[in-house]
Design a protein around this ligand. Structure first.
Ligand code: SF4
Length: 320
């Protein structure tokens, strides 16, 4: 089966000990049955060392986080003791795959790296090339050669979406207008209703107090969020929209909410920009790109990676 990925994907590298928001802190990691069987087959001393840091509830075994919510195998230097002792092959599926995600279709699989990882967020937002896919396994000559007619329609429509979004002969604002018009979406409802969206984002489940502070900065901001005209920032915003489209549009094949997910991608990029500008100020471009990357990472962890939160936003967009 061909495996398609964004062109930036092969350049992804975990920055491990240099990561400020390690995925080994604060997330419950379930151990898949195949890996658990491998742990159980280890020599007694190694088996005991690993399994003594796990907990099993309702048939599911996971690593028991420490009091400060760290993976028990995370060193003070931000490295994984399991990898140091046994190599990459010791990892369970979740640890090995994070932050990768997959969307499966009849004739292909599509993968990407999730924005909640700070290394992935930097890679995505600083990619200078317009978003496009490459095939890295079982090469297929035609990206759009699909046998399922329903999926063929989906890929055709999605190609048009990316063609509009990535047409750099036009300013990004005109490309966004093109998407809004094609899907009969209201500019005012997405871009000029911050007070309403601030209440909705406040009502979502939240993990990190830092996200509360980010939302407060947005709520208290007096700056308009329209100052995204610097090429560096415009390119980053285009990549943000492309990321959300690529990752989330595929679910429309199951539930038909294609235009709602276009709106979700546009709204998400708008909210991230608005918060980054509120935190970082609209004038200093170099710090703003760093703030944008960190805000995108936080948004992804707080909103995008929580299915209930995404569903809440989609329902609001559906009701517009
Ligand atoms: S969040 Fe990303 S960069 Fe940080 S430790 Fe996890 S995979 Fe590595």
């Amino acid at each position: 089966m061909p495996l398609f990925v964004p062109a930036y994907y092969p350049a992804f590298r975990c920055i491990a000990g240099d990561c400020q928001h390690s995925c080994c802190i604060g997330w419950e990691i379930d151990i898949d049955p195949v890996t658990l069987a491998r742990y159980n087959a280890l020599p007694p001393r190694e088996r005991k060392e690993i399994l003594s840091h796990t907990v099993t509830q309702k048939g599911c075994t996971s690593f028991r986080l420490t009091g400060d919510e760290r993976c028990p195998f995370l060193t003070d230097g931000g490295l994984c003791r399991l990898i140091l002792a046994h190599g990459d092959g010791i990892l369970c599926d979740i640890c090995r795959e994070h932050p990768r995600f997959y969307n499966s279709f009849s004739d292909r699989t599509e993968a990407g790296v999730g924005l909640c990882c700070e290394a992935a967020a930097r890679l995505i937002l600083t990619d200078p090339e317009p978003f496009h896919l490459i095939c890295i396994e079982n090469d297929a000559s035609d990206e759009n050669a699909v046998t399922d007619p329903f999926e063929a329609d989906f890929f055709s429509e999605r190609s048009d979406v990316f063609r509009i979004l990535c047409d750099r002969s036009l300013p990004l604002s005109e490309r966004i207008d093109g998407l809004l018009a094609r899907y009969s979406l209201s500019r005012a409802a997405i871009y000029e209703s911050d007070r309403r969206w601030q209440k909705i984002y406040r009502s979502l489940e939240r993990l990190d107090p830092a996200w509360d502070a980010a939302l407060s900065a947005w709520e208290n901001a007096s700056l308009p969020a329209s100052g995204i005209t610097e090429p560096l920032i415009e390119s980053a915003v285009e990549q943000l929209i492309a990321y959300f489209l690529y990752r989330h549009l595929a679910d429309a094949i199951c539930d038909g909410r294609f235009s709602e997910r276009i709106a979700f991608a546009l709204l998400s990029a708008h909210v991230i920009c608005s918060i980054a500008i509120a935190i970082g100020g609209a004038s200093a471009i170099a710090p703003l790109i760093d703030t944008l990357i960190d805000t995108a990472r936080a948004y992804s962890a707080e909103v995008e990676y929580d299915e209930d939160n995404v569903e809440a936003i989609l329902s609001e967009l559906e009701a517009l």
